[in-house]
Design a protein around this ligand. Structure first.
Ligand code: HEC
Ligand code: HEC
Length: 188
């Protein structure tokens, strides 16, 4: 972590504690920083950057950057020609702005707990390509049967966070705000 980034987070921490007027002045040009009130209730800073949401939120939920470490995002961005079996084509400027958002807000670079919990659980694989492959993720979803996910036409994949987490778009993943659609069985 360099001095500039450290300074930035000290700054973010003080924004959260001080007046919203200051937060407005500190907002980045990408508009990627949510209001302090939203940040406080969230588990991760929501992906508010509209250019990122346009580039990376069309096929699936626009994952907040804080769900993966920076080296994972870099790996994903350099492998877009074979992105989980799909070819993702972005213009140079779309790619640059996605990279800027993802690297500036990656896990380990923000004030929230969840990204650190994900990072701490990483074993040998320190640059996972999937959030859903991270041990902390697997442990948290352990009791949910396949019938609720892969065999469920309203969910289909663990990657579709927003199918079950009703406030995922706000960076909220609390177990109190989960509703598995079309699933009436019980969870362990
Ligand atoms: C053309 C469609 C498409 C676009 C555009 C796209 N993705 Fe994906 N992405 C996929 C598919 C398909 C998967 C695999 C989903 C699954 O396994 O159900 C995936 C999976 C992922 C995953 C892993 C999710 C998990 O399981 O934890 C990440 C992270 C991801 N994408 C990031 C990005 C980023 C960043 C961008 C923008 C640069 C992007 N995606 C744009 C199709 C796309
Ligand atoms: C099939 C529905 C479903 C999908 C898809 C899903 N989750 Fe979950 N998630 C749950 C449920 C249900 C729980 C609560 C588990 C429990 O209470 O045992 C949970 C728990 C969590 C927790 C722990 C919350 C807490 O309060 O401790 C986190 C963090 C989380 N999910 C993140 C994600 C992310 C990120 C994604 C996408 C990459 C995702 N989930 C995809 C259903 C889902």
């Amino acid at each position: 972590m360099n001095w500039k980034r450290t300074a930035q987070w000290v700054c973010v921490a003080s924004i959260i504690l001080t007046a919203p007027a200051i937060a407005d002045r500190e907002r980045s040009p990408d508009g990627e920083r949510a209001s302090p009130a939203v940040q406080n209730a969230a588990d991760v800073v929501p992906a508010a950057s509209s250019s990122y949401r346009k580039a990376c939120g069309v096929c699936h939920f626009a994952y907040p950057a804080g769900l993966l470490p920076p080296q994972s995002w870099e790996r994903i961005l350099t492998g877009l020609d074979d992105h989980f079996g799909e070819s993702v084509e972005l213009s140079r400027s779309e790619l640059d702005s996605a990279r800027r958002y993802l690297l500036n807000n990656a896990a380990g670079r923000g004030p929230h707990q969840l990204p650190y919990q994900l990072l701490r659980s990483l074993g040998d694989d320190v640059e996972p390509l999937r959030i859903t492959g991270i041990p902390y993720f697997i442990e948290k979803h352990d009791g949910i049967p396949g019938a609720a996910v892969r065999d469920n036409p309203q969910v289909r994949s663990w990657s579709h966070c927003d199918a079950c987490h009703t406030r995922a778009d706000e960076g909220r993943f609390s177990e109190d705000e989960v509703q598995i659609p079309g699933f009436t069985g019980s969870l362990d």
